[in-house]
Design a protein. Structure first.
Length: 367
């Protein structure tokens, strides 16, 4: 294969999109260390910091989504779209990629649209069980579509679909700690059952409320909790918890070693983002999912139901979680047979080596 390998990867917006994109880039580099990879993202979004931190160059486009609530503002959005398409075209001309990869998001739409117009083969990766608008629009123009859920021919041409799963963060899979050592690393009793609560790096208000409103229940439960509040909520929660600290509740703004946190847990409580679900499937952890109501087309609920329908997760509606989540979690963690069946069922859905498989599909497109 040509040593001067050049690949554009575009998209992002959330950590859930960025982790798979970087994983694909890493897999390509592992196979071809001399490959040149350029990311194209949206200005002001998370990828503009996360991608350089992972060691890759990124160019930003001023693209934004349409404002459905304030339609007059969309004149500016249309101008930014036109400008982004022009900028993407110039980036492509300067970089001269042999293939382009899109992982969803506005920047991905502009970049792959221009790549396809210029005859550059394209591949998109759809991480959710309900396809995003950008990927649905691009599907007719791309050569391959990598998916993580069954039934995606509802959205895409069946002959282009490849079941690959979603790439996951390798550090969550590679911990060498035992369960007891993992619990000790959080300052917890190595022999007590443990629940991990995560709401993403920024946190989830509903999950946090569910904890705050049940401190007495947590205190009396005999179960340990690792609680990632998210950086946005941490200071307020920390202030409100002064004088109410519990020895069985470890409160953290952000967990840097998620591998240890997953290992320590008998049960996980989480939002239903595609990347998180893929991690639970690979490690085979029982999970209660509280889909965020604040995402496009309610795709987190659809992600969750894809597992629930196979008895591979438990679903709690966001509006009901503050009242019901903690009592339900304590009931589940006390039921060893339930934990075992959830673990076995979710692990059956896991697809390993997704980044490598997608990288191979990308490389096959190079003429």
């Amino acid at each position: 294969m040509n040593e001067d390998l050049r690949i554009i990867i575009s998209g992002g917006g959330t950590g859930g999109h960025i982790f798979p994109a970087v994983s694909i880039a890493n897999a390509i580099k592992a196979k071809h260390p001399n490959a040149k990879i350029l990311f194209v993202g949206a200005e002001g979004r998370m990828e503009m910091q996360r991608v350089p931190a992972a060691g890759y160059e990124i160019k930003g486009l001023p693209i934004k989504g349409f404002d459905r609530a304030h339609k007059l503002k969309n004149f500016k959005v249309l101008f930014k779209l036109w400008k982004s398409l022009r900028m993407a075209r110039q980036i492509i001309k300067d970089f001269k990629p042999q293939v382009a990869v899109g992982v969803g998001g506005y920047a991905s739409g502009a970049t792959l649209y221009e790549c396809a117009k210029m005859g550059i083969p394209c591949l998109i990766q759809e991480q959710n069980s309900y396809a995003g608008v950008t990927n649905k629009l691009l599907s007719k123009r791309v050569a391959k579509i990598c998916v993580a859920y069954e039934g995606m021919e509802r959205f895409f041409p069946a002959n282009k679909i490849i079941m690959t799963g979603n790439p996951v963060r390798q550090n969550v899979l590679k911990t060498n700690l035992s369960i007891e050592e993992a619990r000790k690393s959080f300052g917890l009793d190595p022999n007590k059952k443990t629940i991990l609560l995560v709401g993403g790096s920024l946190g989830a208000r509903t999950i946090n409320r569910s904890v705050i409103e049940h401190l007495n229940l947590i205190h009396d439960s005999g179960v340990q909790f690792i609680w990632q509040t998210g950086k946005y909520y941490y200071q307020k929660i920390s202030d409100s918890m002064k004088g109410k600290e519990l020895p069985n509740l470890k409160v953290m703004d952000f967990i840097s070693d998620m591998g240890a946190a997953y290992k320590a847990a008998d049960l996980i409580i989480s939002r239903a983002g595609a990347s998180s679900i893929s991690e639970f499937q690979i490690i085979g952890k029982p999970v209660i999912l509280i889909p965020s109501p604040n995402v496009a087309e309610d795709h987190q609920t659809k992600n969750a139901m894809a597992l629930v329908n196979k008895q591979a997760a438990i679903y709690v509606k966001d509006a009901e979680a503050p009242d019901t989540l903690l009592p339900l979690a304590l009931k589940v963690i006390a039921d060893d047979s339930k934990l075992k069946s959830l673990s076995e069922n979710v692990k059956k859905m896991g697809l390993k080596n997704s980044a490598d498989i997608i990288a191979d599909e990308v490389l096959k497109l190079i003429k």
